[in-house]
Design a protein around this ligand. Structure first.
Ligand SMILES: NC(=O)c1ccc[n+]([C@@H]2O[C@H](COP(=O)([O-])OP(=O)(O)OC[C@H]3O[C@@H](n4cnc5c(N)ncnc54)[C@H](O)[C@@H]3O)[C@@H](O)[C@H]2O)c1
Ligand SMILES: [Zn+2]
Length: 373
């Protein structure tokens, strides 16, 4: 028997919203979508790959609910998170006479979600926003929590806004067409959530993660639900990242540096960068005497078993240099008063924000890491 979709609430004063996840979530959500479409039409933004696979499903669901679906389709890929694409999208949205009171839906992965969310945040000073994530990464991470952004040559996600969706629809049926590499990349963000604060979840993933990735939909469904619930809790506690939410950046300072250097053409995908970044954060934690070596080895072994890079030298998209990584790390959004703030581990399931004053020490460490084969 197919399990029912689940509903998880992101609790935010006056702006709480549901995340419907699992099989059948799209159909179950349509009454909520209708309530966000006063003009009986829904405008969705998608990328060409997602549209080819799944736009007909969204069109059918809308038709069944009495809504007209209008769509804007962009090319796939990280390079679309740019000022040029944002401007073009906003122009198209204005040409379609989208009103402030009607929802704009992001139908795709984290790229479509981040870009659409930012357009929705600034169009007419903010429209309602629906996330319909179609990658594992977007379902468990980027669609929940309201961070929206585009990239700049100086680094990832440097221009953006907090703009919470009114509804998230994470239907697992969309994942059936997702390539294995993208499933692994999304899994890296699930793992991140466990590693930063939930040792029991890490143990569970260490036991079941490889099978979940291997196609066991029931196990993957459990991992997804647990991950969304964990992220929802963190966002509810700290919407604007003044405290615990910063831990969600585990692996991301190093990961974003790799992504910036690899370029945004797909040689390195975000989740792979996060995986290599997490492995590096643990290796640095061991190097500084903050974290037991056994925990680093358990994480690295699990990443490798899942087909993810566990170190800088294993990350695709290089060559990378320590010097170039340090230049990008200096511009990291989390830095305060010029001090680099890294999320580092004390153990599996226990991460904290570490202020690194000694960039020379970090650069020497990165140099050694990059030299390993
Ligand atoms: N806002 C946040 O809180 C947050 C959190 C994590 C990551 N992100 C951002 O998310 C982005 C990465 O997201 P992503 O990994 O989803 O990348 P993506 O959106 O580029 O999607 C990956 C690829 O999968 C394709 N695809 C999407 N759904 C598919 C499906 N169902 N079947 C087949 N192909 C499909 C896309 O066309 C694309 O080629 C990065 O830009 C990252 O910075 C944001
Ligand atoms: Zn991420």
């Amino acid at each position: 028997m197919t399990p029912d979709p689940q509903s998880i609430t992101v609790e935010l004063a006056g702006r709480s919203y549901p995340v419907l996840c699992g099989p059948g979530a799209l159909d179950a959500a349509m009454s909520k979508v209708v309530a966000l479409c006063p003009n009986k039409r829904l405008l969705c933004i998608s990328d060409q790959t997602v549209a080819d696979h799944h736009l007909h499903r969204l069109a059918d669901a809308c038709a069944g609910a009495g809504l007209t679906l209008r769509s804007l389709i962009i090319p796939p890929g990280e390079a679309q998170k740019s000022f040029a694409q944002l401007e073009s999208l906003c122009a198209d949205l204005l040409a379609l006479e989208v009103e402030r009171g009607e929802a704009i839906a992001a139908f795709g992965g984290g790229v479509v979600g981040d870009l659409t969310g930012f357009a929705s945040a600034i169009l007419k000073r903010g429209t309602a926003f629906i996330q319909i994530p179609t990658t594992l990464l977007a379902q468990v991470d980027s669609s929940v929590g309201g961070k929206t952004a585009i990239n700049m040559p100086a680094g990832k996600n440097l221009i953006g806004a907090f703009h919470q969706p009114a509804l998230v629809i994470a239907d697992s049926a969309f994942l059936q067409t997702l390539p294995a590499r993208q499933m692994r990349a999304g899994y890296a963000e699930i793992l991140k959530l466990a590693v930063l604060g939930d040792a029991d979840f890490f143990d569970w993933l260490d036991t079941h993660g490889v099978d979940a990735l291997g196609g066991d939909a029931a196990l993957m469904g459990q991992a997804i639900t647990r991950s969304i619930a964990g992220k929802a809790d963190i966002v509810a506690c700290d919407e604007r990242e003044h405290g615990v939410r910063a831990l969600l950046n585990l692996g991301h300072s190093f990961g974003h540096a790799l992504e910036s250097l690899a370029g945004y053409e797909g040689a390195l995908v975000h989740g792979e960068a996060v995986a290599a970044g997490m492995g590096t954060a643990f290796a640095y934690g061991v190097h500084l005497g903050l974290c037991p070596k056994d925990d680093y080895e358990r994480l690295a072994n699990h990443l490798t078993a899942c087909g993810l890079p566990a170190s800088l030298s294993a990350a695709p998209g290089g060559p990378y240099t320590a010097e170039a990584m340090i230049q990008i790390l200096k511009n990291d959004k989390k830095n305060q008063s010029g001090v680099l703030r890294l999320v580092l581990p004390r153990a599996l399931g226990d991460a904290f924000v570490y202020e690194e004053h000694d960039l020379g020490r970090l650069e020497a460490f990165l140099d050694v890491q990059l030299g390993q084969s």
